[in-house]
Structure formats: C-alpha cells, structure tokens
Write a protein that binds this ligand. Structure first.
Ligand SMILES: Cc1cc2nc3c(=O)[nH]c(=O)nc-3n(C[C@H](O)[C@H](O)[C@H](O)COP(=O)(O)OP(=O)(O)OC[C@H]3O[C@@H](n4cnc5c(N)ncnc54)[C@H](O)[C@@H]3O)c2cc1C
Length: 383
C-alpha cells in the first residue's frame, strides 16, 4: 500500500492523492481511476459524513449566472445517465422542483426564469394558481402560481458517495484512512506521522480546504435542516420560494428560505438556513425563523413531528462558483472544492472537468469560469 515505512521511506506511490471522500472526492476518484491513474482517496472520518451527509440532495439546475446554469445543467445530464439503470441505488426520485410565486411580482420573475431556462433547453412549465394547487394541495391558500422544472430530482447524498467510492475502488482506487495535516512537495503528511506519496494532489475536503491551503478564499457557511416523521402524500415536489436565490447568495448576514423536499420514505426534509459561523451547534433562533417560514407556506407541517435536526457547512467562495482546476501557484496541487449549496448537484460535472484538465483532454463544457486562478487573482488584488 501507500503508507510509508518506519525508516521514513514511501512504501508505495500513487499518481493522484484525493483528500476527502465526500461526494466530490468520490466522483473525482471514479473519473481518474477510470482513466487508468493510480488513485488513493484519503479520508479522516466516515466517507460521505461531511457536508455530503448534511446536504439535502436536491439535484437542481440553478440560474444565478451563466456559468452556474452551464455547470448544473451539465451535471444534471450526468446524473440522469448515472442513475437511469438503478435509481433505487442512489435513492433517486425525479420529483421536479416547483419555484413558488407568492404574488404578481414573483409571477413576473417566473416568466423571466422560464425564458432563461428555455434559452438553455431546460424544460419548464409555468403553473397558474389552479395548476399549482392541483399539484400541491397542502400549500397555503393565496399563492399566485409557480414554475415547474420537471427534470430536477433528489438523491440521498451519503449513499451516492458510497456507491461512487465503491465504483472507484472497483476501478483500482485505494481508500486510506488518515487526517492529512500537510501538503508535501511529493505527497502528504498524515497526523499519524505517516506520509503518502503522490504525483498530484486533489484538494476535495470541502469546507476544511483552508486547513491545507490557507490562502484559499473559502468560508464555511452553516446550514440547518430538519426531517419529519413519515407523512406520505403531504408533498410531491421539491418546493422552493422564489426569494431563495437572493437569500442563498447573500454575501453576509443570516438568512432563511423556504425549501422542502419529499423523501421516498414519506418524510419531509425542511430547509434551509445560511450563516457565516463556524460552530456546529443548533441555533434555535434561526431554526425558529426557518420553521415559521416553512409552516407559513405549508401550514400542515405544524402538525408534523420532527425527528432530527442537524447542521452542516457549505464551502462558500466569493463569487458563488466552485474551484475546479489547478492551484495557480502550487505545482501539482489541484482544487475541487467551494461548491457551496450545490455540491451534490455539481459533483459529477466537477469530476469530469477536473479529470479533463489533469489528463489534458478537452472538457465537455468550458472550464474557465471555475478555474481557481480567477479567485486567487482576486484575493491578491484585494490585499
Ligand atoms: C444544509 C445543507 C444543504 C445542502 N443542500 C444541497 C442540495 O440540496 N443540493 C446540492 O447540490 N448541494 C447541497 N448542499 C451542498 C453539498 O452538501 C456540498 O456542496 C457537498 O456535499 C460538498 O461535498 P464535498 O465532497 O466537497 O465535501 P464533504 O462532503 O464535506 O467532504 C469532504 C471530506 O473531506 C474529509 N476531510 C476533511 N479534511 C480532511 C483532511 N485534512 N484529511 C482527510 N480528510 C479530510 C471530511 O471528513 C469529509 O468526508 C447542501 C449543504 C448543506 C450544508
């Protein structure tokens, strides 16, 4: 294996060391092992137990910027191909998303959103009031309509990470357990004192990326989620308020949005909150705001029992786009992090784009918007 001997020499070397076995690291491992590289994934905890276990698993095309549409759309196509034969393995369901319009002004935003989706060949359907309540009868009365995006779906993220990791291992990748504490010119140093040798290093440890690359401008953005007991039939689609986009991308300050998801079990997953804080404790003040907002849209939720509450950290970049590609100033170091609230959706596209760059092959979509160099230049500029 790759671990070093007691005399300090490396016992075995890899072509690529991927740090972090969340969904992003696991997806990268599949692509790189499939290309024939000798890959090791190094994980300090249970694979998939970081943000991947905390996330909602909504596979969603988001339209905050052209680059975001391109990446989420590309990744959604990859997800559809991945899950089509065995959807249950990924706990995949094509729930669709309904973006809810509370008034006429938000209905105008629905029209704009549909025009944008149509321009990008993404299917969507404007719902009037009657159509909306036919699809989701438990919504509060008085909403104006919405936009149905039928090809969005949901998965169970930690399960997907495990399936991807198994696939990578079947293709020759090695999973190593250890806490990486330092990058070396020819590998990494583990907390145990062992060293693992690798030609290239992929930083895929999510919101903890700065532990290893401190100059990286990533901030952990905390989120709360709540899951209910089983209430089959209460909800059929992922429902999101149209105000979500402006709340989700607020550069500072706390925010909550209405975002609920039907699970295959009949449970309802309730989100979401955003805070730039680094303590994982439940903040009952913001949780209360989040649940009050949720019950204002879906009043029957107030009668439901919640069985678990948890928090997780999104890896937020200054421009809301992930970092996929080479570190501009450290040879052999590659980044696959900064996915904020979309890393489940964009994991597969990230892995494809990263592998294309590492293998010097043409990417299937332009890689430039996600190159780390843009952010490091910006960070330097602001110093
Ligand atoms: C509340 C919430 C809701 C979300 N909802 C959605 C959603 O609906 N849809 C969506 O697309 N995305 C969503 N996300 C975002 C998504 O969960 C993340 O973007 C994604 O999981 C990031 O995956 P990752 O593999 O980069 O990071 P992680 O899952 O955090 O994996 C990193 C791994 O690295 C390991 N690690 C860290 N440091 C080291 C080290 N030094 N040495 C070894 N191992 C290390 C960790 O143990 C961890 O397993 C949500 C996130 C949150 C918090």
């Amino acid at each position: 294996m790759s671990v070093i001997l007691s005399n300090g020499a490396f016992a075995m070397a890899f072509d690529v060391l991927i740090i972090g076995a969340g969904i992003v690291g696991a997806a990268c491992a599949v692509e790189l092992a499939t290309a024939g590289l000798r890959v090791a994934v190094i994980e300090c905890d249970t694979p998939g137990s970081g943000a991947t276990a905390a996330g909602m698993g909504h596979l969603v095309v988001m339209d905050d910027s052209e680059a975001q549409i391109a990446l989420t759309r590309y990744s959604q196509i990859l997800w559809h191909a991945l899950v089509q034969d065995e959807p249950e393995r990924y706990e995949y369901a094509r729930t669709g998303t309904i973006w809810l319009a509370a008034d006429e002004e938000e209905m105008q935003a629905v029209s704009q959103k549909q025009a944008l989706y149509t321009a990008h060949a993404i299917a969507s359907e404007v719902l009037d009031r009657v159509q909306l309540y036919a699809l989701e009868p438990h919504l509060r009365p008085g909403l104006t309509g919405g936009l149905l995006v039928p090809d969005d779906g949901v998965v169970y993220p930690p399960r997907c990470a495990m399936v991807l990791l198994e696939r990578a291992q079947q293709r020759g990748a090695t999973l190593l357990y250890g806490n990486v504490v330092q990058l070396l010119p020819d590998g990494v140093q583990l907390e145990s004192g062992e060293r693992v040798k690798g030609e290239a290093i992929v930083i895929a440890n999510g919101a903890r990326a700065r532990d290893l690359v401190p100059e990286m401008p990533i901030r952990p953005k905390k989120g709360h989620l709540v899951i209910t007991d089983r209430y089959p039939g209460l909800l059929h689609h992922q429902l999101v308020e149209l105000g979500y986009i402006k709340n989700a991308h607020a550069a500072s300050g706390d925010s909550v949005s209405f975002n609920v998801q039907p699970r295959g079990t009949g449970q309802i997953l309730i989100g979401s909150s955003r805070q730039f804080v680094d303590t994982s404790e439940i903040d009952y003040s913001i949780l209360g705001k989040m649940l009050r907002l949720a019950t204002s849209y879906l009043p029957d939720l107030a009668q439901c029992s919640c069985i678990r509450i948890w928090t997780g950290f999104r890896a937020a970049t200054p421009d809301g786009l992930p970092l996929i590609g080479p570190h501009p100033h450290r040879a052999g170091v590659w980044l696959a992090t900064g996915h904020e609230g979309l890393g489940i959706t964009t994991s597969l596209a990230t892995a494809r784009l990263l592998a294309a760059q590492m293998l010097a092959q043409p990417p299937e979509i332009p890689a430039e918007p996600y190159l780390p160099a843009r952010i490091f230049q910006e960070a330097t500029h602001h110093e």
